[in-house]
Design a protein around this ligand. Structure first.
Ligand code: FAD
Length: 468
């Protein structure tokens, strides 16, 4: 009699965007997935989120895009402006992004994205358990991991994935001494204003004539706006430095006067929209740096903000979480087909994904600095580097990283599934030869290359860790 193979039990701690994406990828790979979520109901708070082509490809592949439908909004163009409204940079989004990368650059309300991910995760067969806050994790005394939840229930898995965000209990269990920190006093407000309200205002209505993304750059602050919810709402992310340069590590309530004061000197059109915001909270921008993403015995691994929270300036936090899930899904598929062990899968994931996430953390920080430069030589060099795209001339590089060809290909053109397949292939080939190489070392080169673009002569290479 043929003995039936036991399914591989994988537990996810956290049903955020990263946890749900991983649930879909892992369930598709053939694992038996249980997602433990602390909240009493499934959902996402907050406003809009960008789903750049590196992850719109996943939403399409997994069928999530079909579920979300028109709530995934594609916009025509990106305008980069100074705070007085002067246009300094430009990226044609539609149809160019789809044509160049094969996938759209979408913007969406977080609630719509989350709902789409939940529906598909459930359809794929993942078990989603709410009211299940993980309170303790036992993983050293056996190859399996047993977690206990706040209700006293226990669950045992071959692999536990920490997808529980920036305050992750899974990360704190593995690395109790690590604390996510804000690199500077830079924080963000998030807000939504109905397009109808913008259209009715004689000054602001010009901003609602077509569906665009606008970035308004100033010293120490910026505003980015884009449409969400079938183009009915305008989403705003407003970066700023806390007045006393305090380091903020928790969400804070802020008076509406403080918000208005920060943006009072911006172009009247966008200032008018900011004045329509009724209430806001200040979101910290925390960065997590870890020496490893897994337990020594490779039965626990981290994804998403739990592993690599980053500043928001490249719109890659959630996107990177989703890539993690897609990558792990391919590795787990190779475990289930018997080509590699679970420990191999976790090692391949960490080896390949850690430099990628680290690079995006650096790049996001850098883009925040680019968008918040004080007027002067560096800002002039930034604007000069964007000029060819504004004049619709051919260009090879730009300090507008949302349109810079090399960054676009490397970040927004990245295919996590393909990367995983290549890494597994290299691993299997290397194992035969006994020379599997750890790390690839291309990221620093790309970072320095981008840095060199906008820094004035004499300061090149000097902005790493500089003021954001
Ligand atoms: C202003 C701003 C703008 C941003 N814009 C973008 C953008 O445009 N594009 C983008 O890709 N990213 C963006 N991000 C980043 C993005 O929001 C995060 O990176 C992303 O939400 C992280 O997803 P996650 O699933 O890893 O964690 P989370 O979304 O934090 O999810 C963690 C989940 O785990 C649950 N949980 C926590 N503890 C436990 C426990 N003990 N037991 C069980 N469950 C638990 C939580 O309830 C939650 O559901 C932005 C961030 C900010 C601040």
């Amino acid at each position: 009699m043929v003995k039936e193979k036991k399914p591989l039990r994988i537990g996810l701690c956290g049903a955020g965007i990263g946890g749900l994406a991983a649930a879909i990828a892992l369930q598709r790979a053939g694992a038996q997935v249980t997602v433990l979520e602390a909240a009493p109901e499934l959902g996402e708070i907050g406003a809009g989120i960008q789903m750049t082509p590196n992850v719109s490809r996943l939403l399409i592949q997994w069928g999530v895009a079909d579920v979300i439908g028109d709530n995934l909004v594609e916009f025509e163009e990106l305008n980069m402006r100074k705070m007085d409204g002067t246009k300094v940079g430009y990226t044609k989004m539609m149809p160019d992004m789809r044509r160049d990368l094969g996938f759209p650059w979408w913007v969406v309300h977080r609630a719509h994205l989350h709902e789409g991910l939940v529906k598909v995760a459930e359809k794929e067969g993942a078990r989603l358990l709410i009211n299940s806050r993980v309170t303790s994790i036992s993983y050293q005394s056996s190859p399996h991991v047993t977690v206990t939840t706040s209700s006293g229930a226990t669950h045992t898995f071959e692999l536990l994935i920490g997808s529980d965000g920036v305050n992750s209990i899974v990360r704190r269990t593995l690395f109790p001494y690590v604390k996510p920190t804000p690199p500077t006093s830079n924080c963000a407000y998030r807000a939504i204003v109905p397009y109808e309200q913008v259209r009715q205002d004689p000054v602001a209505r010009e901003l609602a004539e077509k569906l665009t993304m606008e970035v308004w750059m100033s010293e120490g602050s910026y505003i980015i706006t884009y449409p969400i919810s079938k183009g009915k709402d305008l989403n705003l992310v407003l970066a700023h430095h806390v007045p006393d340069n305090r380091l903020v590590d928790q969400v804070e309530d802020v008076s509406i006067e403080e918000l208005r004061e920060t943006y009072k000197d911006y172009d009247l059109r966008i200032k008018t929209v900011v004045d329509m915001i009724e209430s806001v909270q200040r979101w910290p921008l925390l960065v997590t740096s870890l020496p490893s993403w897994s337990s020594a015995s490779k039965n626990i691994v981290l994804i998403g903000d739990a592993a690599h929270s980053m500043t928001n300036h490249m719109a890659q936090g959630a996107a990177t979480s989703m890539e993690d899930g897609a990558f792990l899904g391919r590795c787990i598929s190779s475990v289930i087909s018997g080509h590699i062990t679970l420990a191999d899968a976790v090692s391949i994931y960490e080896t390949e994904r850690m430099p990628k996430a680290h690079f995006k953390q650096q790049l996001s920080f850098l883009n925040g600095a680019i968008w918040q430069l004080p007027d002067g030589p560096a800002q002039e060099a930034r604007d000069a580097a964007m000029k060819p795209e504004l004049e619709r001339r051919l260009f090879l590089r730009s300090s507008n990283l949302y349109g810079d060809p090399k960054t676009v290909l490397g970040v927004y053109g990245y295919d996590a599934g393909r990367h995983a397949d290549e890494a597994i292939f290299q691993f299997l080939r290397g194992r035969r030869r006994g020379d599997w190489r750890v790390g690839r070392g291309i990221e620093k080169e790309t970072y320095d290359d981008v840095m060199g673009l906008f820094m004035p002569e004499g300061r090149k290479g000097g902005a790493r860790g500089g003021e954001d």
